[in-house]
Ligand binder design. Structure first.
Ligand SMILES: *Cc1c(COP(=O)(O)O)cnc(C)c1O
Length: 390
Protein backbone atom coordinates (compact mmCIF):
# COMPACT_ATOMS: atom_id res chain seq x y z
CA UNK A 1 0.00 0.00 0.00
CA UNK A 2 1.21 3.51 -0.84
CA UNK A 3 -0.28 6.28 1.29
CA UNK A 4 0.08 9.88 0.15
CA UNK A 5 -0.51 12.19 3.12
CA UNK A 6 1.30 15.28 1.88
CA UNK A 7 -1.52 17.13 0.15
CA UNK A 8 -0.40 20.38 1.76
CA UNK A 9 2.71 20.15 -0.42
CA UNK A 10 0.87 19.25 -3.60
CA UNK A 11 -2.05 17.12 -4.79
CA UNK A 12 -2.84 14.55 -7.45
CA UNK A 13 -4.36 16.10 -10.59
CA UNK A 14 -7.96 14.91 -11.06
CA UNK A 15 -8.33 12.77 -14.20
CA UNK A 16 -11.12 15.00 -15.51
CA UNK A 17 -8.79 17.98 -15.15
CA UNK A 18 -6.08 16.12 -17.05
CA UNK A 19 -8.48 15.20 -19.89
CA UNK A 20 -9.58 18.80 -20.32
CA UNK A 21 -5.97 19.96 -20.28
CA UNK A 22 -4.93 17.38 -22.85
CA UNK A 23 -7.51 18.75 -25.27
CA UNK A 24 -6.02 22.23 -24.88
CA UNK A 25 -2.50 20.98 -25.57
CA UNK A 26 -3.21 18.96 -28.72
CA UNK A 27 -6.61 20.00 -30.13
CA UNK A 28 -7.54 23.53 -29.10
CA UNK A 29 -4.03 24.87 -28.66
CA UNK A 30 -4.34 28.29 -30.33
CA UNK A 31 -2.95 31.46 -28.80
CA UNK A 32 -5.79 33.29 -27.02
CA UNK A 33 -4.60 36.56 -28.58
CA UNK A 34 -4.86 35.27 -32.18
CA UNK A 35 -7.74 36.57 -34.27
CA UNK A 36 -8.55 33.29 -36.07
CA UNK A 37 -10.98 30.67 -34.82
CA UNK A 38 -8.21 28.58 -33.21
CA UNK A 39 -7.38 31.58 -31.04
CA UNK A 40 -11.01 32.48 -30.40
CA UNK A 41 -11.78 28.96 -29.14
CA UNK A 42 -8.93 29.23 -26.67
CA UNK A 43 -10.00 32.72 -25.61
CA UNK A 44 -13.42 31.28 -24.75
CA UNK A 45 -11.77 28.80 -22.36
CA UNK A 46 -9.83 31.64 -20.75
CA UNK A 47 -13.00 33.71 -20.28
CA UNK A 48 -14.89 30.70 -18.94
CA UNK A 49 -12.11 29.96 -16.43
CA UNK A 50 -12.05 33.54 -15.21
CA UNK A 51 -15.84 33.55 -14.78
CA UNK A 52 -15.93 30.28 -12.83
CA UNK A 53 -13.12 31.16 -10.40
CA UNK A 54 -14.40 34.74 -9.95
CA UNK A 55 -17.84 33.40 -9.05
CA UNK A 56 -16.34 31.00 -6.50
CA UNK A 57 -14.65 33.84 -4.58
CA UNK A 58 -17.40 36.38 -5.34
CA UNK A 59 -15.39 38.89 -7.37
CA UNK A 60 -15.87 40.47 -10.77
CA UNK A 61 -14.14 38.89 -13.79
CA UNK A 62 -12.18 42.13 -14.24
CA UNK A 63 -10.65 41.66 -10.80
CA UNK A 64 -9.12 38.20 -11.37
CA UNK A 65 -5.66 37.73 -12.92
CA UNK A 66 -4.04 34.43 -13.84
CA UNK A 67 -0.45 34.03 -12.80
CA UNK A 68 2.16 31.28 -12.37
CA UNK A 69 1.18 30.07 -8.89
CA UNK A 70 0.91 30.92 -5.22
CA UNK A 71 4.44 32.23 -4.82
CA UNK A 72 4.16 34.69 -7.69
CA UNK A 73 0.71 35.72 -6.51
CA UNK A 74 1.90 36.47 -2.95
CA UNK A 75 4.99 38.28 -4.25
CA UNK A 76 3.09 40.40 -6.74
CA UNK A 77 0.34 41.27 -4.27
CA UNK A 78 2.78 42.47 -1.61
CA UNK A 79 5.68 43.93 -3.57
CA UNK A 80 3.47 45.16 -6.42
CA UNK A 81 1.19 46.94 -3.94
CA UNK A 82 4.06 48.31 -1.84
CA UNK A 83 5.85 49.80 -4.86
CA UNK A 84 2.69 51.28 -6.39
CA UNK A 85 1.65 52.88 -3.08
CA UNK A 86 4.92 53.90 -1.46
CA UNK A 87 3.92 57.57 -1.58
CA UNK A 88 1.22 56.73 1.02
CA UNK A 89 3.57 55.06 3.51
CA UNK A 90 6.25 52.43 3.98
CA UNK A 91 4.82 50.21 6.72
CA UNK A 92 3.50 46.68 6.14
CA UNK A 93 1.97 44.32 8.69
CA UNK A 94 2.07 40.54 8.34
CA UNK A 95 2.23 37.60 10.76
CA UNK A 96 4.89 35.28 12.13
CA UNK A 97 3.19 32.22 10.65
CA UNK A 98 3.00 33.17 6.96
CA UNK A 99 4.20 31.01 4.09
CA UNK A 100 7.80 31.72 2.99
CA UNK A 101 6.38 33.29 -0.20
CA UNK A 102 5.04 36.11 1.99
CA UNK A 103 7.84 36.27 4.59
CA UNK A 104 10.64 36.33 2.02
CA UNK A 105 9.13 39.14 -0.04
CA UNK A 106 8.55 41.13 3.16
CA UNK A 107 12.22 40.66 4.12
CA UNK A 108 13.19 41.80 0.64
CA UNK A 109 11.09 44.95 1.05
CA UNK A 110 12.72 45.59 4.45
CA UNK A 111 16.06 45.80 2.63
CA UNK A 112 14.52 48.44 0.38
CA UNK A 113 13.19 51.04 2.78
CA UNK A 114 9.97 49.39 3.98
CA UNK A 115 9.26 48.56 7.60
CA UNK A 116 7.48 45.29 8.39
CA UNK A 117 5.74 44.29 11.65
CA UNK A 118 5.27 40.58 12.31
CA UNK A 119 2.17 39.84 14.40
CA UNK A 120 2.27 36.92 16.82
CA UNK A 121 -0.24 34.14 17.33
CA UNK A 122 -1.76 32.56 20.44
CA UNK A 123 -1.01 28.98 21.47
CA UNK A 124 -3.68 27.74 19.04
CA UNK A 125 -2.06 29.57 16.14
CA UNK A 126 -4.66 32.35 15.83
CA UNK A 127 -3.50 35.90 15.06
CA UNK A 128 -3.47 38.33 17.99
CA UNK A 129 -5.99 40.88 16.76
CA UNK A 130 -5.19 43.35 19.55
CA UNK A 131 -1.56 43.40 18.52
CA UNK A 132 -2.59 43.89 14.89
CA UNK A 133 -4.70 46.91 15.86
CA UNK A 134 -1.87 48.35 17.96
CA UNK A 135 0.69 48.04 15.15
CA UNK A 136 -1.36 50.06 12.67
CA UNK A 137 -0.05 53.61 12.26
CA UNK A 138 -0.38 56.39 9.69
CA UNK A 139 2.45 54.91 7.60
CA UNK A 140 0.74 51.51 7.33
CA UNK A 141 -0.31 50.74 3.76
CA UNK A 142 -0.84 46.98 3.69
CA UNK A 143 -1.77 44.06 5.94
CA UNK A 144 -1.02 40.53 4.68
CA UNK A 145 -2.42 37.69 6.81
CA UNK A 146 -3.01 34.21 5.44
CA UNK A 147 -6.46 32.62 5.40
CA UNK A 148 -5.35 29.11 6.42
CA UNK A 149 -1.91 28.02 7.53
CA UNK A 150 -0.02 25.47 5.44
CA UNK A 151 1.73 23.78 8.38
CA UNK A 152 -0.89 23.59 11.12
CA UNK A 153 -4.09 24.19 9.11
CA UNK A 154 -5.29 27.00 11.38
CA UNK A 155 -7.97 29.21 9.84
CA UNK A 156 -7.55 32.91 10.67
CA UNK A 157 -10.46 35.26 11.43
CA UNK A 158 -10.05 37.07 8.11
CA UNK A 159 -13.46 38.67 8.18
CA UNK A 160 -12.46 40.47 11.40
CA UNK A 161 -9.06 41.41 9.95
CA UNK A 162 -10.77 42.69 6.79
CA UNK A 163 -13.05 44.87 8.90
CA UNK A 164 -10.12 46.33 10.87
CA UNK A 165 -8.30 47.15 7.61
CA UNK A 166 -11.39 48.62 5.98
CA UNK A 167 -12.04 50.89 8.97
CA UNK A 168 -8.43 52.13 8.85
CA UNK A 169 -8.44 52.37 5.02
CA UNK A 170 -5.51 49.97 4.70
CA UNK A 171 -5.29 47.38 1.91
CA UNK A 172 -5.67 43.74 2.99
CA UNK A 173 -3.99 40.81 1.23
CA UNK A 174 -4.66 37.21 2.15
CA UNK A 175 -2.92 34.06 1.00
CA UNK A 176 -5.83 31.67 0.43
CA UNK A 177 -3.78 28.94 -1.27
CA UNK A 178 -4.56 26.32 1.41
CA UNK A 179 -8.13 27.35 2.16
CA UNK A 180 -9.49 27.62 -1.38
CA UNK A 181 -12.20 25.00 -2.06
CA UNK A 182 -12.02 23.80 1.58
CA UNK A 183 -13.46 26.92 3.20
CA UNK A 184 -15.89 29.41 1.68
CA UNK A 185 -14.16 32.54 0.37
CA UNK A 186 -16.14 35.72 -0.26
CA UNK A 187 -13.87 38.67 -1.00
CA UNK A 188 -16.72 41.15 -0.63
CA UNK A 189 -17.96 39.84 2.69
CA UNK A 190 -14.40 39.49 4.03
CA UNK A 191 -13.33 42.97 2.78
CA UNK A 192 -10.29 41.52 1.05
CA UNK A 193 -8.43 43.69 -1.49
CA UNK A 194 -5.87 41.17 -2.71
CA UNK A 195 -6.11 37.37 -2.57
CA UNK A 196 -3.75 34.64 -3.74
CA UNK A 197 -4.68 31.20 -5.11
CA UNK A 198 -2.76 28.23 -6.51
CA UNK A 199 -4.05 25.32 -8.62
CA UNK A 200 -1.78 22.47 -7.54
CA UNK A 201 -3.06 22.42 -3.94
CA UNK A 202 -6.62 21.69 -5.14
CA UNK A 203 -6.08 18.79 -7.60
CA UNK A 204 -5.13 21.14 -10.44
CA UNK A 205 -1.81 21.45 -12.29
CA UNK A 206 1.42 22.94 -10.95
CA UNK A 207 2.62 26.33 -12.16
CA UNK A 208 -0.68 28.19 -12.30
CA UNK A 209 -2.60 30.34 -9.86
CA UNK A 210 -4.49 33.59 -9.58
CA UNK A 211 -4.38 36.98 -7.93
CA UNK A 212 -7.59 38.82 -7.13
CA UNK A 213 -7.09 42.59 -7.18
CA UNK A 214 -10.06 44.64 -6.05
CA UNK A 215 -11.15 47.35 -8.47
CA UNK A 216 -9.24 50.56 -7.72
CA UNK A 217 -6.26 48.85 -6.04
CA UNK A 218 -2.98 49.73 -7.77
CA UNK A 219 -0.26 47.13 -8.36
CA UNK A 220 3.10 47.63 -10.09
CA UNK A 221 3.68 44.66 -12.42
CA UNK A 222 6.87 42.56 -12.33
CA UNK A 223 6.97 41.87 -16.07
CA UNK A 224 6.52 43.97 -19.20
CA UNK A 225 5.49 42.70 -22.62
CA UNK A 226 2.15 42.14 -24.32
CA UNK A 227 -1.26 43.17 -23.08
CA UNK A 228 -2.26 39.87 -21.47
CA UNK A 229 -4.00 39.99 -18.08
CA UNK A 230 -4.49 43.72 -18.58
CA UNK A 231 -0.69 44.17 -18.53
CA UNK A 232 -0.54 43.09 -14.88
CA UNK A 233 0.94 39.77 -15.97
CA UNK A 234 1.94 39.81 -19.65
CA UNK A 235 3.03 36.69 -21.54
CA UNK A 236 1.04 34.11 -23.52
CA UNK A 237 -1.56 32.67 -21.18
CA UNK A 238 -1.08 29.11 -19.93
CA UNK A 239 -4.54 28.06 -21.11
CA UNK A 240 -4.24 24.31 -20.36
CA UNK A 241 -3.09 25.21 -16.85
CA UNK A 242 -5.70 27.92 -16.35
CA UNK A 243 -8.55 25.76 -17.60
CA UNK A 244 -7.26 22.82 -15.53
CA UNK A 245 -7.25 25.14 -12.50
CA UNK A 246 -10.84 26.15 -13.23
CA UNK A 247 -12.12 22.56 -13.60
CA UNK A 248 -10.30 21.52 -10.42
CA UNK A 249 -11.81 24.47 -8.54
CA UNK A 250 -15.31 23.83 -9.87
CA UNK A 251 -15.23 20.08 -9.19
CA UNK A 252 -13.71 20.29 -5.72
CA UNK A 253 -15.29 23.42 -4.32
CA UNK A 254 -16.60 22.60 -0.82
CA UNK A 255 -16.86 18.91 -1.79
CA UNK A 256 -15.80 15.87 0.28
CA UNK A 257 -15.21 18.05 3.34
CA UNK A 258 -17.09 15.74 5.72
CA UNK A 259 -15.42 12.63 4.35
CA UNK A 260 -11.93 14.12 4.68
CA UNK A 261 -12.71 15.47 8.16
CA UNK A 262 -13.89 12.03 9.30
CA UNK A 263 -10.62 10.44 8.16
CA UNK A 264 -8.66 13.33 9.69
CA UNK A 265 -10.40 12.84 13.05
CA UNK A 266 -9.79 9.12 12.86
CA UNK A 267 -6.08 9.82 12.34
CA UNK A 268 -5.99 12.30 15.24
CA UNK A 269 -7.73 9.84 17.59
CA UNK A 270 -5.35 7.07 16.56
CA UNK A 271 -2.23 9.19 17.01
CA UNK A 272 -3.34 10.46 20.40
CA UNK A 273 -3.25 6.91 21.76
CA UNK A 274 0.56 7.09 21.38
CA UNK A 275 2.09 8.44 24.63
CA UNK A 276 3.73 11.88 24.75
CA UNK A 277 2.26 13.31 21.60
CA UNK A 278 0.38 16.53 21.05
CA UNK A 279 -1.66 18.03 18.21
CA UNK A 280 -0.48 21.53 17.23
CA UNK A 281 -2.89 24.30 16.30
CA UNK A 282 -6.55 24.95 16.94
CA UNK A 283 -8.76 21.90 16.57
CA UNK A 284 -11.83 24.06 16.03
CA UNK A 285 -10.63 26.60 13.46
CA UNK A 286 -8.77 24.16 11.28
CA UNK A 287 -8.73 22.89 7.70
CA UNK A 288 -10.54 19.58 7.25
CA UNK A 289 -7.40 17.82 5.99
CA UNK A 290 -4.61 18.86 8.37
CA UNK A 291 -3.01 17.01 11.28
CA UNK A 292 0.17 18.45 12.77
CA UNK A 293 1.55 16.46 15.64
CA UNK A 294 4.66 16.61 17.86
CA UNK A 295 6.12 13.46 19.39
CA UNK A 296 8.48 13.91 22.30
CA UNK A 297 11.94 12.30 22.29
CA UNK A 298 12.09 11.65 18.53
CA UNK A 299 13.27 13.50 15.43
CA UNK A 300 10.77 14.37 12.71
CA UNK A 301 13.29 13.45 10.02
CA UNK A 302 13.69 9.97 11.46
CA UNK A 303 9.93 9.50 11.59
CA UNK A 304 9.61 10.68 7.98
CA UNK A 305 12.32 8.29 6.77
CA UNK A 306 10.77 5.35 8.60
CA UNK A 307 7.31 6.13 7.27
CA UNK A 308 8.75 6.60 3.79
CA UNK A 309 10.23 3.11 4.07
CA UNK A 310 6.67 1.90 4.66
CA UNK A 311 5.47 3.95 1.65
CA UNK A 312 3.69 6.53 3.75
CA UNK A 313 4.46 10.05 2.54
CA UNK A 314 4.30 12.89 5.04
CA UNK A 315 6.12 16.13 5.76
CA UNK A 316 8.10 17.38 8.76
CA UNK A 317 6.79 20.92 8.54
CA UNK A 318 6.40 23.13 5.54
CA UNK A 319 7.94 21.68 2.39
CA UNK A 320 10.21 24.68 2.10
CA UNK A 321 11.78 24.23 5.52
CA UNK A 322 11.93 20.46 5.48
CA UNK A 323 15.33 20.39 3.80
CA UNK A 324 16.92 22.16 6.75
CA UNK A 325 17.04 21.27 10.41
CA UNK A 326 15.90 24.72 11.45
CA UNK A 327 12.80 24.46 13.62
CA UNK A 328 9.63 25.55 11.88
CA UNK A 329 8.94 29.27 12.32
CA UNK A 330 5.24 28.42 12.69
CA UNK A 331 5.80 26.03 15.61
CA UNK A 332 8.14 28.50 17.31
CA UNK A 333 5.47 31.20 16.95
CA UNK A 334 3.03 28.89 18.79
CA UNK A 335 5.45 28.85 21.70
CA UNK A 336 6.59 25.28 21.17
CA UNK A 337 10.17 24.77 22.36
CA UNK A 338 12.92 24.10 19.83
CA UNK A 339 13.42 20.67 21.34
CA UNK A 340 9.79 19.63 20.96
CA UNK A 341 9.39 21.19 17.52
CA UNK A 342 11.91 18.69 16.13
CA UNK A 343 9.59 15.71 16.53
CA UNK A 344 6.83 17.22 14.44
CA UNK A 345 5.06 15.63 11.51
CA UNK A 346 2.42 17.10 9.21
CA UNK A 347 -0.17 14.81 7.68
CA UNK A 348 -2.37 16.42 5.01
CA UNK A 349 -5.20 14.34 3.61
CA UNK A 350 -7.26 14.47 0.42
CA UNK A 351 -10.43 12.93 -0.97
CA UNK A 352 -8.26 10.13 -2.39
CA UNK A 353 -7.37 8.74 1.04
CA UNK A 354 -9.23 5.76 2.46
CA UNK A 355 -10.06 4.39 5.89
CA UNK A 356 -7.69 1.45 5.29
CA UNK A 357 -4.85 3.85 4.54
CA UNK A 358 -5.46 5.76 7.75
CA UNK A 359 -5.57 2.55 9.81
CA UNK A 360 -2.31 1.41 8.21
CA UNK A 361 -0.75 4.82 8.90
CA UNK A 362 -1.71 4.84 12.57
CA UNK A 363 -0.21 1.38 13.00
CA UNK A 364 3.05 2.30 11.24
CA UNK A 365 3.43 5.59 13.12
CA UNK A 366 2.92 3.74 16.40
CA UNK A 367 5.59 1.14 15.48
CA UNK A 368 7.97 3.85 14.26
CA UNK A 369 7.68 6.00 17.37
CA UNK A 370 8.15 2.97 19.61
CA UNK A 371 11.24 1.86 17.69
CA UNK A 372 12.80 5.33 17.58
CA UNK A 373 12.18 6.00 21.24
CA UNK A 374 13.87 2.76 22.19
CA UNK A 375 16.92 3.82 20.18
CA UNK A 376 16.84 7.46 21.17
CA UNK A 377 19.47 8.81 23.57
CA UNK A 378 16.95 11.50 24.51
CA UNK A 379 14.94 8.76 26.05
CA UNK A 380 17.34 6.99 28.42
CA UNK A 381 15.58 7.94 31.61
CA UNK A 382 12.08 7.38 30.40
CA UNK A 383 12.37 4.24 28.32
CA UNK A 384 10.18 2.15 30.61
CA UNK A 385 7.23 4.39 29.92
CA UNK A 386 7.24 3.26 26.31
CA UNK A 387 7.60 -0.46 26.68
CA UNK A 388 3.84 -0.78 26.74
CA UNK A 389 3.80 0.36 23.12
CA UNK A 390 4.81 -3.01 21.68
C1 LIG B 1 1.93 26.12 -1.56
C2 LIG B 1 1.69 27.44 -0.97
C3 LIG B 1 2.15 28.60 -1.59
C4 LIG B 1 2.98 28.58 -2.85
O1 LIG B 1 2.24 28.21 -3.97
P1 LIG B 1 2.99 27.68 -5.29
O2 LIG B 1 1.89 27.57 -6.29
O3 LIG B 1 3.59 26.36 -4.94
O4 LIG B 1 4.00 28.70 -5.66
C5 LIG B 1 1.85 29.81 -1.00
N1 LIG B 1 1.16 29.88 0.13
C6 LIG B 1 0.69 28.77 0.77
C7 LIG B 1 -0.09 28.93 2.02
C8 LIG B 1 0.96 27.52 0.24
O5 LIG B 1 0.53 26.45 0.87
Amino acid sequence: MEVYLDNGATTKVDLEVLDEMKNLFVENYGNASSLHDAGKNTKKKLDESRKIISDLINCDVNELFFISGGTESDNLAIKGYALANKDKGNHIITSKVEHPAVLAICEELEKNGFRVSYIGVDKDGIIKLDQLKREINDKTILVSIMHANNEIGTIQPIEKIGKICKDKKIAFHTDAVQSFTKVLIDVKKFNVDLLSLSAHKIHGPKGVGALYVKKGIKIKPFFYGGGQEKKLRPGTENIPGIYGFCIAAKNNHLKNIDKIKELRNMLIDGLLTIPKCKINGSLKNRLCNNVNVSFEFVEGESILINLNFNKIFVSTGSACSSKSLKPSHVLLALGITRKNSHGTIRFTLSKYNTKEEIEYTIQKVRETICKLRKMSPLNENTINEYNDLD
